[in-house]
Design a binder for this molecule. Structure first.
Ligand SMILES: [Zn+2]
Length: 521
């Protein structure tokens, strides 16, 4: 059936609007002539709403989000008392539980966030709480005990930290994956089928937010298998690019595995082994991102997880084997280190220019270098607001650095391909909320705008979730609603051109089209 959309705002991408749009029987955008040749025609008024190209989230963690949703939800808890009540009730209601996993706690919560405070709520089984930055794990004593972290010399970590008290005994806070994994590797594994259920739940969330394609930016052993299984069962509806996480200690061994999984993934049209993901530094919230000027809180410069030689070698191996490189770099020194290593390594495969994700603290010179090296930047616009997550970094960074973060407008003006993403479950998968903050630099009317000179237009924000995402992923498609392109589109329940911040924040997706088919019915 051919379709004709009219009667509202139709944004085709790259600044162009159309009065109406035609889609052929195969689900591709076509001209009026071709539409009229179709035997079955449907005329659809969009009732003054807005139709835009389908969103593509280039850095998200749907499987983690799905797994997290299967555990205990502590997202909206803001006091220790409330948290304690919730954990106690959950434990009592689930006597068979052997491990209690909950997410996510607010790092700005008042009180002593130690193992002792968790022990007071639940002490007979391991309890692990994930922080809202997803780089911090808060454990009770039992969890530390099973990981062998109580009463023995602590392991030396490649990066990250086990917080200790004055006696050198762990407090319960583990920072960054090398520390967190000491406990998390012991968590009871979910079954493949449980993981498939988690993934499909996550996919339904993505579809509700108008997303047609997603890059899972952290694939460890056992995760690609979930995508493959869901595809085999014919249950997947969206396209996924997967980025395998490179671990500095096991990279050489893991690489063989990445290659074999790539083969398997290639058998599904919806799946692609796209990239190798590197973490070069940490996060601002734990003062672990690599910075050129010391943190005010610790007088340290954060940490670099790879040595330059190691990183150059690993990037070269990835490039030579046809992988894109996707680098987590948050501090300015982290971004500089990534750029320098990329410049030294073997050239990237054609059309798969490297990605630097987050790039929260940048300078003009770094942006000039990124442009010259044809780097894609993958940004999370939702973070560019004065919320708890940002303000918890103030003591570390100081006001002037904090206020200069997320220089999105400068990045676009420098000519860099800037793609947007959510980093879900670190923050909401809602693309419309991401667009709202990109345009208004705040997430609520009463907030003070963050670094407002870096605000961008609605069209630029949509392009960053569509056109720029296609470019980043090296797709043949352009991410626009133009003739010959698949009709991958999102229908929004209002015309955002006429809305203020509140209108943006309350907007909803009415339809998510993938090659002409609405997935939201
Ligand atoms: Zn991420």
């Amino acid at each position: 059936m051919a379709q004709n959309f009219h009667g509202g705002s139709i944004y085709q991408g790259l600044g162009s609007y159309a009065n109406e749009l035609f889609v052929n029987d195969l689900g591709f955008v076509c001209d009026k002539e071709e539409f009229e040749k179709s035997e079955v025609q449907e005329h659809l008024s969009i009732d003054g709403n807005m139709l835009v190209p389908g969103f593509r989230d280039t850095h998200s963690h749907p499987l983690f989000a799905g797994r997290e949703a299967q555990g205990l939800d502590i997202t909206h808890i803001h006091s220790l008392d409330e948290l304690g009540a919730k954990l106690r009730i959950y434990r009592n209601e689930n006597p068979q539980l052997i491990w209690l996993d909950a997410a996510v706690y607010d790092r700005a919560m008042e009180g002593n966030l130690t193992r002792h405070s968790l022990d007071a709520f639940v002490s007979d089984i391991p309890v692990v709480l994930h922080a809202d930055d997803h780089h911090t794990l808060w454990c009770n004593t039992k969890a530390l005990e099973v990981a062998g972290l109580m009463g023995a010399p602590l392991p030396v970590l490649s990066s990250g930290r086990i917080d200790v008290d004055q006696q050198g005994i762990p407090t319960g806070m583990l920072r960054e994956w090398p520390a967190m994994s000491l406990v998390m590797d012991l968590a009871p594994a979910s079954t493949l089928q449980q993981d498939v259920v988690a993934l499909l739940w996550a996919e339904s969330q993505l579809i509700q937010h108008g997303i047609v394609q997603c890059q899972d930016a952290w694939i460890d052993r056992g995760m690609a298998e979930v995508y493959i299984e869901a595809a085999k069962q014919g249950l997947l509806r969206l396209e996924y690019s997967l980025a395998f996480r490179a671990d500095v200690t096991t990279f050489q061994n893991d690489f063989e595995y990445f290659l074999s999984l790539r083969q398997e993934l290639g058998q599904s049209q919806l799946l692609k082994a796209q990239a190798i993901k590197f973490f070069v530094d940490g996060v601002f919230g734990s003062a672990t991102a690599s910075v050129s000027e010391a943190y005010l809180s610790s007088n340290s410069f954060g940490e670099l997880i790879w040595s330059e030689n190691q990183l150059v070698e690993a990037i070269s191996l990835s490039h030579e084997n046809g992988f894109q490189v996707h680098i987590h770099a948050i501090g300015d020194a982290g971004v500089a280190f990534a750029l320098k290593s990329l410049a030294t390594a073997s050239p990237c495969p054609r059309g798969l220019e490297p990605v630097i994700a987050h790039a929260e603290l940048t300078t003009k010179d770094l942006l000039i270098a990124a442009k010259a090296q044809r780097i894609n930047l993958c940004m999370q616009p939702y973070w560019a607001q004065n919320n708890g997550m940002l303000l918890s970094c103030r003591d570390h960074l100081g006001d002037s650095r904090l206020n200069s973060l997320y220089a999105i407008r400068d990045m676009i003006r420098a000519g860099i391909n800037v793609s947007f993403s959510s980093d879900w479950p670190v923050s909401t998968p809602s693309v419309l909320n991401g667009i709202a903050v990109a345009v208004y630099r705040k997430g609520a009317a009463e907030m003070e705008a963050h670094n407002p000179t870096q605000a961008i237009s609605l069209e630029q924000a949509i392009d960053a979730y569509t056109v720029a995402s296609c470019r980043l992923l090296g797709k043949d498609q352009t991410g626009t609603l133009t003739i010959g392109q698949p009709f991958d589109a999102t229908l929004i329940d209002r015309n955002l051109k006429q809305e203020d911040l509140d209108g943006f924040l309350s907007a909803k997706v009415l339809a998510t089209y993938k090659v002409g088919k609405n997935l939201l019915v």
